[in-house]
Every structure is written in structure tokens, then in C-alpha cells.
Write a protein that binds this ligand. Structure first.
Ligand code: C5P
Length: 217
């Protein structure tokens, strides 16, 4: 029977690693929708497209040849056949990605592709992002908003980056992107019927279990 698990949340909430592990334990597929926004951003940057030009960004999104793994055990993303799995995580991409995310025509195109990928999974998938519970899969069997306090999110992202960033740079990276993204998608409050899991005081395993508890409740 179908089991679509939709998970939204801000950056640094641990969404990706938690969702991937939940997918493994459910023997389901996994979709990282943020990777698709990042892939379009790289495609635009490489072809010299002005990210402030909504018409050009929308056209580039429609034309983008993006392929990504939907297996929780294999992480890869390709643009035009080229592996960009590492490149999409570079800081320049993180700081430019909101320009793509706030282009409504680009969102419409990516939402359409994400819905197709969910269908192609045979409706056994954990899909995560910012608008999965509300726009991409509002009828999912399970819908979760994964939150964490600002302090917890900054701490985790700091650890993830190996302590190489100043506190100010970290704040800028984690919080500024959320403020920009919030202008087009609401992932700060749970929509009707969406269950909030607050991971501030939970470790990785406890958070995975809290999400699985919601799935099996
Ligand atoms: O999840 P991640 O931080 O990799 O997402 C990168 C960016 O992609 C977000 O900052 C946001 O701009 C955009 N995004 C989005 N909608 C989604 C997933 C990601 O707008 N469903």
C-alpha cells in the first residue's frame, strides 16, 4: 500500500540525514528536493544566467537535465550527465539557491518533476524539503514538520562544517537563507494536519524514532 512520508523543515534541522535513515528503515525511496533546487542553481551559474532574471531562471529550470538518486543508500546528483553531488554543497551554491527557490516559475517546474518522481517510486518514498507537506504531496499518508531551536540548528551546522566557520558566518548561512526562503514557502509553522517533531533535545537515533513513531501511529 502507498506510503508517502512528507517532511519539511528549516536548514540545520537535520532533515536530510534523518529522512534518509527513516527511508532506509522503511525500505522506501528517498527524495531530497533541496538537491534539485541546488542542481538548477549550479546549471544557471555555469551558463552565466542572471539569477535575478525570473524569465531566464524559469527557462533554465525547464531545460535543466537533472537526474538524482532516489535510493537512500546511494547519494548522487547529475546535471547534463555531469556528477555534481559535491559541487551543489559549495557555499556559493548555498548562497545563490534562494534566488531559484523564490522564482515561482522555477518552483512550479520542480514541483511537477518532484510529483512525477514520487509517482515513479511506486508511492513508497520519504520526500523532504520546504513545501512537501503543503504543495508537493499534501495528501501524503504521513506529513511531518521537523523543527529545532535556532541554537540547536546553528550548533549542528557548525559541527557539520567542522568548526571552520565563525559564529557570525554560520548565522548568516543558516538563518539568512531561511528568511529568504520564507518569503515563498511556509516551513516555520505546521500546516493543518501536519505533525511537528521538535528535535532540539533529541539525538540522531531519538529523532529517527520520533519520526517512525509518527509513521506508525
Ligand atoms: O534542503 P536544502 O538546504 O539543501 O535546500 C536548499 C534550498 O532549496 C533551500 O534553501 C530552499 O531555497 C530550496 N528549497 C525549496 N523548496 C524545497 C526544498 C528546497 O525552496 N522543497
Amino acid at each position: 500500500k502507498p506510503l508517502v512520508v512528507a517532511i519539511d523543515g528549516p536548514s540545520g534541522s537535520g532533515k536530510s540525514s534523518i529522512s534518509r535513515e527513516v527511508a532506509r528503515r522503511l525500505r522506501a525511496n528517498y527524495l531530497d528536493t533541496g538537491a534539485m533546487y541546488r542542481a538548477v542553481t549550479i546549471a544557471c551559474m555555469r551558463s552565466g544566467i542572471d539569477l535575478a532574471d525570473a524569465v531566464a531562471v524559469e527557462a533554465a529550470t525547464r531545460n535543466a537535465d537533472i537526474d538524482l538518486s532516489t535510493s537512500p543508500d546511494a547519494e548522487w546528483v547529475r546535471v547534463g550527465g555531469e556528477d555534481v553531488t559535491q559541487a551543489i554543497r559549495e557555499p556559493e551554491v548555498s548562497s545563490n539557491v534562494s534566488a531559484v527557490a523564490t522564482t515561482l516559475g522555477a518552483r512550479a517546474e520542480l514541483v511537477r518533476r518532484q510529483q512525477q518522481l514520487i509517482k515513479d517510486s511506486g508511492l513508497r518514498i520519504v520526500a523532504e524539503g520546504r513545501d512537501i507537506t503543503t504543495v508537493v504531496a499534501p495528501t501524503a499518508e504521513v506529513r511531518i514538520l521537523l523543527t529545532a531551536s535556532e541554537e540547536a540548528r546553528l550548533r549542528r551546522r557548525g559541527v557539520q562544517l567542522g568548526g571552520s566557520q565563525s559564529a557570525a558566518a554560520l548565522r548568516e548561512q543558516v538563518l539568512t537563507r531561511d528568511v529568504k526562503d520564507s518569503t515563498v514557502v511556509n516551513f516555520q509553522q505546521a500546516a493543518d494536519g501536519v505533525i511537528t517533531v521538535d528535535s532540539s533535545d533529541l539525538d540522531f537515533e531519538e529523532t529517527v524514532r520520533a519520526v517512525l513513531d509518527v509513521v506508525f501511529s
